[in-house]
Design a protein around this ligand. Structure first.
Ligand code: GDP
Ligand code: IMO
Ligand code: MG
Length: 423
C-alpha cells in the first residue's frame, strides 16, 4: 500500500515526526516537491535531527530514500546534510539514497535573487531565502539547470553561460549588484556533480520497478496545503504544489498508485512568514503557546505565529487532498488550558463563510466564528491509548472529526518517536 503524508495547514505540522514513524512500515520514502525551505524534525531518544532535503526516513537502516524530480536541490545544502549525518555515524550511500537526474538545481544567483526581490517588494512574502521561488521560475521559463547536467561539463557550460549572460544583466541593471563570475560557479557545480554522481538516477523508473514488485512507497510532502502555489493563500505561498496532486509530476508515479492520504495537522495552527491567518492569537497568548510548543522555524529559526485550530481551512485541505485519515500532532501543547477554541466559520461584511474563501481580502479581514470547548487540565504526554486521554481531550478530537468529516488515526503527544497514539 502506498501512502502520502501532506501538511494540511501552513507547514510545520509535524510531518517529519510522522514520516519517521510511518516509514518503518514502508520500503521507500520519497520527497516530491519543495527544497531546503523545508525543515522536518525527527527526535530519537534525546537527539534531534532536522532534515531539509533528505527524506525524514533516512535514519532507518535498510530503507530507501528518494529525492524526486519535483524537488529543487541546492547541492551545497544536500551535501552538507549528508556529511552532517555521516559525522553522527550514520552512513548515507547510493543504495540508500536516490536522486532524480531531472530535479532542478538551486544556483547561487537564485539565493541572491530571492533576497533581493524580498527587499525590493512592499508586500513581502517572508520567504526562507533559500532561492526556491527563483529556481522554480527558471524551471518554468525553461532555462533551469538539472542534476543530470552536472554530470556533463559541456551541457553545464552552455547552460550556465546562457543563464549568466541574462542574470548578470539583471543583477547589474535592475539591482545594481556585482556580476557572478562564470569560472567559480562552473567549477563549484562540476565538483558537486562528482560528489553526487552515484546517487543520480531515473527515480521514476526506479519507483515503478519497486511498485511492480509490490514494495510500499511513502510520499513525504513538504510545506502545507495553504502554501501550495495553486490552492494556498496566494501570493503568500511557496512555489510548488505541496498538495497531494504534486506527487504525479514530482515523482512520475501516477495518482492511481496512491492508496491512502494522511493529512498532518497541529492541534492548533501556526504560520511562519507573511500572509493572512484568520485565527491568529493575540500577542500575549501567542507568546505563551509559542514558548510551550517551541514554535520557532526549523529552517530559519524565525518565531512562528500561532492560532486556534481552523476547521474551515483544514476541511478544505481534506477535500483537496482526498484525505483518508488525519494525524493530529502536538495535542500536548494544549494541555492545561481552561478552554480551547475551534474556528467553524468566517464572517465578513455581514456574510458567513463555512467554506474556505478564494478572495484574499476576505481571508485577510474575516472574523473567525469560534466554538468553545472545555480544556483538559491534565497532561497527555504519557498517554498511548486513545481511551486513556482526558475526557475533554477526547471530546476535542471527536469534535474535530465531526467538523472535518474524517477519522483521526494518529495523535501525537510529544516530540519523541514513541509519544504517539495510534487508533
Ligand atoms: P514539519 O515541517 O511538518 O516536519 O514540522 P517541523 O519539524 O518544522 O515542526 C514541528 C515541531 O514540533 C518539531 O520541533 C517537532 O519536534 C515538534 N513536534 C512534533 N510532534 C510533536 C508533539 O506531538 N508534541 C510536541 N510538543 N512537539 C511535537
Ligand atoms: P515545512 O516542510 C513553514 C513559507 C515561508 C514563506 C513562504 C514562501 O518545514 O513544513 P519560500 O522560501 O518557500 O519561497 O517561502 O513559505 N515556507 C514554510 N513555512 N514550513 C515550511 O516547510 C515552509 N517552506 C516555506 O516561510 O512564508
Ligand atoms: Mg518544518
Amino acid at each position: 500500500m502506498n501512502l502520502a503524508v501532506v501538511g494540511a495547514q501552513w507547514g510545520d505540522e509535524g510531518k517529519g515526526k510522522l514520516i519517521d514513524i510511518l516509514s518503518q512500515d514502508s520500503d521507500v520514502t520519497v520527497r516530491y516537491q519543495g527544497g531546503n525551505n523545508a525543515g522536518h524534525t525527527v527526535v530519537v531518544k534525546n537527539k534531534e535531527y532536522v532534515f531539509h532535503l533528505l527524506p525524514s526516513a533516512i535514519l532507518h537502516k535498510g530503507k530507501i530514500c528518494v529525492i524526486g524530480n519535483g524537488v529543487v536541490i541546492d547541492p551545497k545544502a544536500l551535501i552538507g546534510e549528508i556529511k552532517e549525518l555521516e559525522g553522527k555515524g550514520l552512513k548515507v550511500s547510493p543504495k540508500s539514497l536516490k536522486i532524480s537526474g531531472r530535479a532542478h538545481i538551486v544556483m547561487p544567483y537564485h539565493r541572491i535573487l530571492d533576497g533581493l526581490r524580498e527587499t525590493k517588494r512592499k508586500n513581502k512574502i517572508g520567504t526562507t531565502g533559500r532561492g526556491i521561488g527563483p529556481c522554480y521560475a527558471d524551471k518554468v521559463t525553461r532555462c533551469g539547470i538539472r542534476m543530470i547536467d552536472l554530470l556533463n561539463p559541456e551541457v553545464l557550460k552552455a547552460k550556465l553561460e546562457d543563464n549568466l549572460a541574462e542574470k548578470n544583466e539583471t543583477f547589474s541593471k535592475v539591482y545594481g549588484e556585482k556580476d557572478f563570475p562564470f569560472g567559480d560557479i562552473y567549477q563549484e557545480y562540476l565538483d558537486y556533480g562528482k560528489y553526487l554522481k552515484d546517487y543520480i538516477c531515473d527515480t521514476a523508473f526506479f519507483l515503478h520497478e519497486l511498485i511492480e514488485k509490490k514494495k510500499t512507497v511513502l510520499f513525504e510532502g513538504a510545506q502545507g496545503t495553504f502554501l501550495d502555489i495553486d490552492f494556498g493563500t496566494y501570493p503568500f505561498v511557496t512555489s510548488s504544489n505541496s498538495t497531494v496532486g504534486g506527487i504525479g509530476p514530482g515523482t512520475g508515479v501516477p495518482p492511481t498508485k496512491i492508496d491512502k492520504v494522511i493529512a498532518c495537522v497541529k492541534a492548533y495552527t501556526t504560520r511562519v512568514g507573511e500572509g493572512p491567518f484568520p485565527t491568529e492569537f493575540p500577542e500575549d497568548f501567542n507568546d505563551q503557546i509559542r514558548t510551550k510548543g517551541n514554535e520557532f522555524g526549523a529552517t530559519t529559526g524565525r518565531p512562528r505565529r500561532c492560532g486556534w485550530f481552523d476547521s474551515v481551512l483544514v476541511r478544505y485541505s481534506v477535500i483537496l487532498n482526498g484525505v483518508t485519515n488525519l494525524a493530529i500532532m502536538k495535542l500536548d501543547v494544549l494541555d492545561n488550558l481552561e478552554e480551547v477554541k475551534v474556528c467553524v466559520a468566517y464572517k465578513y461584511k455581514g456574510k458567513t463563510y463555512k467554506t474556505f474563501p478564494e478572495d484574499l481580502e476576505v481571508i485577510t479581514k474575516a472574523e473567525p466564528v469560534y466554538e468553545t470547548l472545555p480544556g483538559w487540565k491534565d497532561s497527555t504526554r504519557g498517554v498511548r491509548d486513545f481511551k486513556k486521554l482526558p475526557k475533554n481531550a477526547k471530546a476535542y478530537i471527536k469534535r474535530l472529526e465531526e467538523l472535518l468529516k474524517v477519522r483521526v488515526k494518529y495523535i501525537s503527544v510529544g516530540t519523541k518517536r514513541d509519544e504517539i497514539i495510534v487508533r
